[in-house]
Ligand binder design. Sequence first.
Ligand SMILES: Nc1ncnc2c1ncn2[C@@H]1O[C@H](COP(=O)(O)OP(=O)(O)OP(=O)(O)O)[C@@H](O)[C@H]1O
Ligand SMILES: [Mg+2]
Length: 304
Amino acid sequence: MLQQVNGQSSGSDAHGRESLREDLQAFLGGEAPLHQLDDLTKVNPVTLETVLRCLQARYTADTFYTRAGCTLVALNPFKPIPQLYSPEVMQEYHTAPQPQKLKPHIFTVGEQTYRNVKSLIEPVNQSIVVSGESGAGKTWTSRCLMKFYAVVAASPTSWESHKIAERIEQRILNSNPVMEAFGNACTLRNNNSSRFGKFIQLQLNRAQQMTGAAVQTYLLEKTRVACQASSERNFHIFYQICKGASADERLQWHLAEGAAFSWLPNPERTLEEDCFEVTREAMLHLGIDAPTQNNIFQCVASGL
Ligand SMILES: Nc1ncnc2c1ncn2[C@@H]1O[C@H](COP(=O)(O)OP(=O)(O)OP(=O)(O)O)[C@@H](O)[C@H]1O
Ligand SMILES: [Mg+2]
């Protein structure tokens, strides 16, 4: 039965649907393998199905980055791929005459942004927005970008002129374990879920060398300290001090060995994020000395 929709007969809709189906078949059955489409703007017709089929084909072919015009779509490989982020790959993207001609990669975005600052006579701030659902890989991607800039925008003079001081790039990277210890928790979707948003600013001098960084955090899920969904956990730092404190510290912080705390559900789960030493080491590199750390951990332990 024909129906009138917005003054048009659905006969034309049916025709449109038929031709879309034909286009879809032609695209999906085309000669070029789907995983070779490195830009989603080349997908035609653009439908949820074609876009997802293309991304799926690339995922199956272990290709995790795809362009979508000036946006980069990153798929979470859910397995370590060290060769994708090696220093050699960073250099390849950093030194390429046209990095956008290389395979889509987070380093293309990093490098293009860096060149945008460099190429302008009056430097203009550049922003990279990393967005996605929980577990998509935002924190991972931000870390990759920070590592990339720590290499390409390293300040050659800082080490020589301040031998005792930590290199600025290392201090920037060390901010990650600290923020994640205090602001990340194991959830149903992600063992290392950030329970806060962050705005990271990397500051460059006129020679495009990194001179500092500022991190603004917002919307920390504070209620998690007292209340967690079943099968989820409290912030990593609580488990870290319970598992990693020395005998003396336990005494001082009133943390009996093997004690169970009602605010610390699922402590039997051992995650790689539970490493207290990594947090302590990173805090030290950031200039938080041992006595100050002790005060901080004593406050944290008192919350249990
Ligand atoms: N490119 C990648 N290569 C290897 N593993 C990855 C990659 N991206 C993400 N992962 C894995 O997926 C996990 C979840 O990623 P991540 O913590 O970055 O998600 P997220 O988007 O920050 O989530 P949330 O919003 O919950 O904080 C990581 O701990 C890591 O194991
Ligand atoms: Mg995160």
